[in-house]
Design a protein around this ligand. Structure first.
Ligand SMILES: [Zn+2]
Length: 207
């Protein structure tokens, strides 16, 4: 069975021997520099997406060029970039000009490290992890440049210390703290609704 067939079958029939069907392909992880096997997985992802019209989400390598390279690989293999989320832009693209250049490629733009405020980013010491306030400025820039219908946001909670039980901000951080700050900084309720409701809904709907 080819990699593409495995992915298609997990969406059409069920994953891991169950009848539970996957609703998205991903998060597909890639490194920097990208490896040959990661490239093959991306190509299989694009082939499956071309057949099914399903949503895809990508974890880019930790380098500004990584998201660009991934989009190119997906595109060349027939993937639908308009139904693809590029995650972790917070720690990947830092210059406004680069960000807008990437936005023009047409994928969803995900800022998903809300709540992660740290002096040193252990996965890449060269990177200054943005604060939530800086993330909101990024969103404002993208909205101002007409990309309101391409933005999605999340918390990427993957460690215990970020749960409320262990003293973290928990899963309500965006709704409780970030949305009020977005409004205070001039982002409209209409844009907030797009980012939190309409964009994810459109992304998650099969074509
Ligand atoms: Zn990831």
């Amino acid at each position: 069975m080819s990699l593409t067939d495995i992915i298609v079958s997990e969406i059409e029939h069920g994953a891991d021997g169950t009848d539970i069907k996957c609703g998205v392909i991903g998060e597909i992880g890639t490194s920097w520099p990208i490896t040959e096997s990661e490239k093959r997985v991306l190509q299989a992802t694009a082939h499956a997406q071309a057949q099914l019209g399903c949503p895809v989400i990508i974890h880019p390598g930790r380098n500004t060029e990584a998201p660009f390279q991934v989009i190119r690989i997906l595109q060349e293999a027939g993937g639908d970039i308009s139904k693809t989320v590029m995650s972790h832009l917070d720690r990947t693209i830092f210059e406004s000009e680069k960000l807008l250049e990437f936005a023009k490629l047409g994928s969803y733009l995900e800022y998903d490290l809300f709540g992660t405020e740290m002096l040193n980013y252990p996965f890449n010491p060269d990177v200054d992890m943005p604060s939530d306030n800086e993330r909101i400025k990024r969103l404002r820039l993208l909205i101002g440049e007409g990309f309101e219908d391409r933005i999605v946001i999340a918390h990427d909670i993957h460690t215990k210390n970020r749960l409320t039980k262990f003293g973290g901000h928990g899963y309500s951080h965006i709704l409780t703290n970030i949305v009020p700050k977005m409004l205070q900084r001039g982002i409209t309720q209409h844009a907030v609704d797009n980012i939190l409701v309409e964009n994810p809904k459109r992304w998650l709907t099969f074509k």
